[in-house]
Design a binder for this molecule. Sequence first.
Ligand SMILES: Cc1cc2nc3c(=O)[nH]c(=O)nc-3n(C[C@H](O)[C@H](O)[C@H](O)COP(=O)(O)O)c2cc1C
Length: 188
Amino acid sequence: MNIDKYRHPENNIENFFYERWSSKLFKSKTIDKTQILSLFEAARWAPSSNNAQPWRFVYATKGEFREKINMVMNPYNRKWATKAPLIILVFSKNQNDGKENRSAKFDTGAAWMSIAIQAKIMGMNTRAMGGIDHDVAHKVSGLPIGEYSSICAIAVGFSESDYNDLSENIPSSRVKLEEFIMDKPKAY
Ligand SMILES: Cc1cc2nc3c(=O)[nH]c(=O)nc-3n(C[C@H](O)[C@H](O)[C@H](O)COP(=O)(O)O)c2cc1C
């Protein structure tokens, strides 16, 4: 495994940040309940505005409910993601203490990243999918539209090969730091 072929951090960071990547090829190896709970435990400790913890996760491995969850994904994602041993639907709760929670999606994103990093540390791979039918996600989960927002789905599993050089399945690169950090914003 040599991720350095694809990714070149320019400053010192822990390896797991750039070694996490999103595969589309999963082994048939299953994920057991203890491992699943570890992923959600990592999410549990994510920071959130007012400690509202607005993330909600609905998951399935196999069986009838998994079949239903497979139907949430669009046909493109369904083609590869049905092979993942675990699919998680991600929602955020839009209100806290009767008021709009403007940070709900932001905080839910932090929780997803915790899942992704914990999975990476456990030797697993995750790929988020925005390509889903949000109405079906609400229906399948029973979480009502309005009260909750459907954000995405996540495929989790053990990557089939580290990097198989399929153009669709190699770790992507990134823009330079200068593109998204500003120490002298132009407005000043
Ligand atoms: C919210 C979100 C939605 C995404 N939607 C899809 C998707 O529908 N299908 C897909 O194949 N990949 C999807 N991705 C994966 C991204 O393409 C991937 O994270 C990005 O190219 C960066 O690559 P990396 O995760 O390997 O670092 C999504 C990622 C995120 C975070």
